[in-house]
Design a protein around this ligand. Structure first.
Ligand SMILES: NC(=O)c1ccc[n+]([C@@H]2O[C@H](COP(=O)([O-])OP(=O)(O)OC[C@H]3O[C@@H](n4cnc5c(N)ncnc54)[C@H](O)[C@@H]3O)[C@@H](O)[C@H]2O)c1
Length: 418
């Protein structure tokens, strides 16, 4: 018997996509749009890769040859003026985010922007307010919250299964910057990156803590340091952390290698957050632990597809149970037919893309009012979430400088509180 396709599958709505910055993240955004219909057919959307904007000719060539963009340009304004571009991905170095996000919002184009949203809280606020004023849907690249195991931790907390949450521990340790001969790229320059590891990695931790507990970080006491103070100055442009040439001249690192913060959440829950980009041996060791009066649960990105949980009193078998992700945990069922089959980092971006486009299709969502996708997972992290993380970053930097507790301004419209 022939099976009829649904209306959404038969006549998906075409959606023109523009991607700014065709490095690591821009390419991942592009492939997420390309693969959307295979994972989320009921959205009835057919993203069309209309235009890529990147100054590097090799990235423009890759955009067309590897990803199938119809056009590739070096001028962002030309891309934004293209009426065929309905939504925009912003995946440039941090200092260019605002200069793309503001005109995109003014042109009424929803945008998916990488984290950290701006180089500081002031820029992030401008971006959030522009999106809110324009009423456009937005998404921010806090991809780790989409891991099915993380979604389940949030569900455990929301259902009260762990009892009253007492404290949370989160760390993000990596060694991408641990070589003193790694190039002094934009990431180490305060004017182009903003904060160092606080914005680059710890902002993911801020989002994880707030998303899983549903509570905002309200005050922080922090210390920061720069362990590798000089790096060789690049002599060529390139993509990613290290793919550039360097000369013999060295320059000063302008932002943090390491941060440790004590934090209080709005309901009194305690939190500790720590992050390093120079922790030799830790490749991408990102972890979250949630403790409550009835139990605790923990997740690590190094074993992304599982979590450990302990609830109640296990008698002589008291201890953690390891649970492999399966259908019923976040969007796992979209990607694998049976339990325990690993998903990938790229899949987290595919989920983010679907959440973003769900908000775009809902047309009432966006900054501060995102519609819940039918998939059962959370709404896309939006610019309110991006601003909230930026406020925490800034409070941490101020606390470290003043050696005192600093209050964090709260932001309305975040998705983690919903
Ligand atoms: N969500 C995550 O887990 C995650 C991971 C890595 C990076 N990021 C964020 O993504 C953003 C990009 O990082 P990346 O690792 O992809 O960097 P990258 O260096 O790989 O890519 C940046 C790209 O931007 C392009 N670019 C530079 N100037 C431009 C301009 N004026 N117009 C258009 N394009 C321009 C560069 O040519 C390059 O291709 C950063 O904000 C970073 O913090 C997020």
């Amino acid at each position: 018997m022939a099976v009829e396709a649904t209306n959404a599958e038969n006549s998906p709505r075409s959606l023109g996509v523009g991607v700014v910055g065709l490095g690591w993240m821009g390419r991942l955004h592009a492939s997420s749009y390309r693969n959307l219909a295979a994972r989320y057919p009921e959205l009835g959307l057919a993203p069309r890769l209309v235009c890529a904007a990147d100054p590097l000719p090799e990235n423009q060539r890759a955009a067309r040859a590897q990803f199938g963009f119809e056009r590739a340009v070096d001028d962002v304004e030309e891309m934004l003026a293209d009426p065929e571009v309905d939504v925009v991905s912003i995946a440039t170095p941090n200092f260019l985010h605002r200069d793309v996000a503001l005109p995109a919002a003014r042109a009424g184009k929803p945008f998916w922007i990488e984290k950290p949203m701006g180089v500081d809280a002031a820029q992030s606020r401008e971006i959030h307010e522009a999106a809110r004023a324009a009423g456009v849907a937005t998404a921010v690249g806090f991809n780790y919250r989409h891991a099915p195991a993380v979604e389940h931790l949030r569900a455990l907390v929301a259902a009260g299964r762990l009892g009253r949450i007492t404290n949370v521990r989160c760390w993000l340790y990596a060694d991408y910057a641990s070589s003193p001969d790694g190039p002094l790229t934009w990431r180490y320059d305060r004017s182009r990156a903003g904060a160092g590891v606080i914005g680059d990695l710890l902002s993911h931790g801020t989002d994880l803590v707030q998303y899983v507990t549903g509570q905002g970080i309200s005050e922080v006491s922090a210390a920061t340091d720069v362990f590798l103070r000089e790096r060789p100055i690049p002599t060529s442009a390139g993509v990613g952390h290290g793919a550039v040439e360097v000369g013999t001249e060295r320059g000063e690192v302008g932002n943090e290698d390491w941060v440790a913060a004590l934090a209080n959440l709005a309901d009194g829950t305690r939190a500790t957050l720590e992050s390093s980009r120079v922790a030799r041996g830790h490749r991408s060791d990102y972890a979250l632990e949630v403790y409550g009066t009835e139990g605790s649960a923990r997740w690590s990105f190094t074993r992304m597809n599982e979590f450990e949980v302990m609830i109640g009193d296990g008698g002589l078998e008291h201890g953690y149970t390891t649970v492999l992700a399966g259908a019923g945990h976040g969007d796992y069922g979209r990607f694998q037919p049976g339990p325990g089959i690993p998903m990938s980092f790229d899949d987290l971006k595919a989920i983010e893309c679907a959440e973003f486009l769900t908000d775009v299709a809902g047309e009432g969502g966006g900054a501060g009012g995102a519609a819940r996708p039918a998939s059962g997972s959370g709404a896309a992290p939006n610019t309110a979430d991006g601003l909230s993380a930026a406020e925490v970053t800034e409070a941490i930097a101020r606390s470290a400088a003043s050696r005192s507790w600093v209050e964090v301004p709260q932001v309305e419209g975040t998705t983690w509180g919903a």
